[in-house]
Design a protein around this ligand. Structure first.
Ligand code: ZN
Length: 373
C-alpha cells in the first residue's frame, strides 16, 4: 500500500477526494498532506444541496489536523467553486472541515474535549495555536449547540451570581432546577439580567410566563426583575440570605444593648456562630449570658435559633412552623427583629410575583419580631 493510500484510509476520504501527496519533514516535525479531487468530479451545491455540480475553478486552502504522533499535521486542498444553475458560483464544502474554519473537524473535536477540562490558554499552549483561534472554535460550536436548545419544558429556575474578580464584575447564571442544567449566563446582577434571561428563554422556545418557581438571593434588583419578567413565578430565597437577615437583626439588638449591659461587649461571635462551633469557654460564657433572662439579646438569640430550625422541619409542617415563628418574632418587642423577621418570613415562605416591599421594609419584618417596643 502506498503512503498516500494509507492516509486516504486514515482520513476516511471518499471519491472524488483523494490524498495526492504527503510530505514528511522530520526536522520541522511536520506532516503535510495534499488532497485533490479526480478530474471531472462533481459536487453538491453548498447552498441548495443540488448534486452533480461541476467545478468552476478552485481555491487553495489549508487546515490544521490532529497531530500525527508529535508532528503537526496540515491538510492542503484545491477546493472547487461549483457552478449551480440556481445559486451561481459557490465554494463547495469539504467532508473534513466546516466552512470557513482553518481546522479539521477532528482537530476541533479535540479542542472541545480539552476545553471542558482546562482553561483555553492551556489548550492553546498544548496544541500550539493562538488562544483567539481556540476561542473562535469554542464560540462557533457553543453558539451552534445553544441554537438547537429547547427550553420549552423549563418550569423551575435557580439564579445565582458570582464575581469574575474578587468583589466586582458580576456574572449571573440561570439553571434549570429539574434537569440540573445551566441555561444562561450574562454579566451583571441586576433586573436587566433577568430580562436578558427571559429573552433568551423565548429565543429557545421557552415562555417566561411558564416559569413557576424561581430561587434567588434577596437582592431587591433581582426580586424586581423576577417580578417583571417572570410574572407567574413564585420566589424562593435561599437559606443563607434569610438566616443572615435574622443574624443582622440579632447583632443590632446586641449592639444597642451593650451600651447599658457591658457584659455583652465583645460577645458578637458567641451569638452569631453555630453553637456547635463554639469552644468550651465560649459555650460557658454564652450560657452565663443566656442565664440572664432580662437580656434582650438572649431573647433575640432564641428567635434566631428557632428560625434556623425552620429548615429542619418536615415540608408539610414547615408553613405552620414559620407562621408561629413569625408571630413570635413580630411580637417580640425587639425592633430590629420585627423589621428583619418580615424579610426572613418572606424568605422562608414562597411568594408570588413582584414584591411591593422595599428591602428595608422587608428587613423591618424580621427585626420587628425582636423589638422591645
Ligand atoms: Zn444551489
Amino acid at each position: 500500500m502506498k503512503d498516500t493510500e494509507l492516509f486516504q484510509l486514515a482520513l476516511s476520504l471518499m471519491p472524488p477526494w483523494m490524498v495526492e501527496e504527503c510530505a514528511f519533514d522530520v526536522s520541522q516535525k511536520r506532516l503535510d498532506l495534499h488532497i485533490n479531487f479526480e478530474r471531472g468530479g462533481v459536487f453538491v451545491c453548498p447552498v441548495c444541496g443540488r448534486a452533480g455540480c461541476k467545478a468552476y475553478d478552485t481555491e487553495e486552502k489549508t487546515w490544521r489536523h490532529l497531530n500525527f504522533f508529535e508532528h503537526e499535521t496540515y491538510l492542503h486542498a484545491f477546493v472547487p467553486r461549483v457552478q449551480c444553475p440556481d445559486c451561481g458560483i459557490k465554494t463547495a464544502g469539504v467532508p473534513w472541515a466546516r466552512p470557513g474554519s482553518g481546522f479539521t473537524l477532528l482537530f476541533e473535536a479535540l479542542v472541545l474535549a480539552m476545553a471542558k477540562q482546562m482553561p483555553v490558554k492551556a489548550v492553546a499552549g498544548i496544541v500550539r495555536e493562538h488562544d483567539t483561534r481556540i476561542w473562535r472554535i469554542l464560540h462557533y460550536h457553543v453558539n451552534e449547540a445553544r441554537a438547537r436548545e429547547d427550553f420549552s419544558k423549563v418550569r423551575r429556575v435557580g439564579m445565582d451570581e458570582t464575581s469574575r474578580k474578587k468583589g466586582h464584575r458580576y456574572v449571573s447564571f440561570f439553571v434549570d432546577m429539574d434537569r440540573r442544567k445551566l441555561l444562561f449566563g450574562t454579566p451583571g446582577k441586576d433586573a436587566a439580567t433577568v430580562e436578558a434571561f427571559a429573552r433568551d428563554l423565548e429565543a429557545h422556545h421557552g415562555d417566561p410566563a411558564q416559569i413557576r418557581e424561581v430561587s434567588l438571593d434577596m437582592s431587591h434588583a433581582l426580586i424586581q426583575g423576577a417580578g417583571e419578567h417572570l410574572p407567574n413565578a413564585q420566589l424562593t430565597f435561599d437559606k443563607f440570605h434569610a438566616v443572615k437577615l435574622v443574624n443582622d437583626a440579632l447583632e443590632e439588638v446586641r449592639r444597642e444593648e451593650q451600651k447599658s449591659h457591658h457584659e455583652l461587649k465583645s460577645s458578637r461571635y458567641l451569638w452569631l456562630r453555630n453553637p456547635r462551633n463554639l469552644k468550651r469557654d465560649q459555650h460557658e460564657r454564652l450560657a452565663v449570658l443566656l442565664g440572664q433572662s432580662h437580656l434582650k439579646t438572649g431573647r433575640a438569640y432564641r428567635i434566631k435559633l428557632a428560625f434556623q430550625d425552620l429548615y429542619t422541619q418536615p415540608v408539610r409542617t414547615a408553613q405552620d412552623y414559620l407562621s408561629r415563628w413569625y408571630f413570635w418574632a413580630t411580637h417580640s418587642r425587639l425592633a430590629p427583629i420585627i423589621t428583619h423577621s418580615r424579610d426572613a418570613g418572606a424568605a422562608g415562605a414562597p411568594r408570588k410575583g413582584p414584591t411591593t416591599r422595599s428591602p428595608s421594609r422587608l428587613a423591618k419584618l424580621v427585626l420587628t419580631a425582636i423589638s422591645p417596643f
